[in-house]
Design a protein around this ligand. Structure first.
Ligand code: GRF
Length: 207
């Protein structure tokens, strides 16, 4: 399965995919794109020999035009699955139409709680005691697509968002790479009787 990854920042989730999924079980990362030309994620991809490209907003008349340029670039690489790994932009519906049911995202909260940006800060401020991460299909809303998998951690004393983020990071990396490998294996499918529900074979079989 040919994968395109979009990332805006550090790229630790991209690195996890490169280290734990790329080149195995039919998973191949063939493109890594970013809205930020200086993103560390692009350096990580280049170091792994993956073609990269930046799509800064200033190079395009609007977001839709930028997103269509990204879609065309991914299509030219024959990408079958788009992974948003810390991509901090909303994608235009025209982009999603090019990859129907084939865009996934990792989010550092137990959706539907705390969607959008600043989710860890919001969860800490709310006083939650169980934190977690979600991998979901992307639809036109903000972190509203059908949930593929979630993983939780109890942090009853949490007061520092940075500490929570550090605790969540390994969960994200494990869950995202697991889902990528499951999708490549054909083990992830929408429930034909309920489009909100995603059926996942061998769920929990962490590598
Ligand atoms: C992750 O916490 C992801 O859930 C969020 O942005 C962060 C990206 O981290 N959407 P990285 O760039 O993969 O290190």
């Amino acid at each position: 399965m040919r994968i395109g990854v979009l990332a805006s920042g550090e790229g630790s989730n991209l690195q996890a995919i490169l280290d734990q999924a790329h080149g195995r079980d039919g998973v191949e990362v063939v493109a890594a794109g970013s809205d930020k030309p200086g993103a560390r994620a692009l350096e990580r991809a280049q170091a792994a020999g993956i073609p990269t490209r930046a799509f800064p907003a200033a190079d395009h008349p609007d977001r839709r035009a930028r997103d269509l340029a990204i879609a065309a670039w991914l299509e030219a690489a024959d990408v079958e699955l788009v992974v948003l790994a810390g991509y901090m932009q909303l994608l235009d519906r025209a982009f999603l139409a090019r990859f129907p049911g084939r865009v996934i995202n990792v989010h550092p909260a137990l959706l539907p709680a705390f969607p959008g940006i600043g989710s860890v800060e919001q969860a800490v401020a709310y006083g939650v005691k169980v934190f977690g991460v979600t991998v979901h299909f992307v639809d036109e809303g903000v972190d509203t697509g059908p949930i593929i998998a979630q993983r939780a951690i109890e942090l009853p004393e949490a007061r520092d968002p940075a500490e929570v983020r550090s605790a969540l990071r390994p969960l994200e990396h494990a869950l995202l790479t697991e889902v990528v490998r499951l999708i490549a294996r054909g083990a992830v499918a929408p429930d034909p009787e309920d489009p909100r529900r995603v059926v996942v074979g061998r769920y929990g079989a962490a590598e």
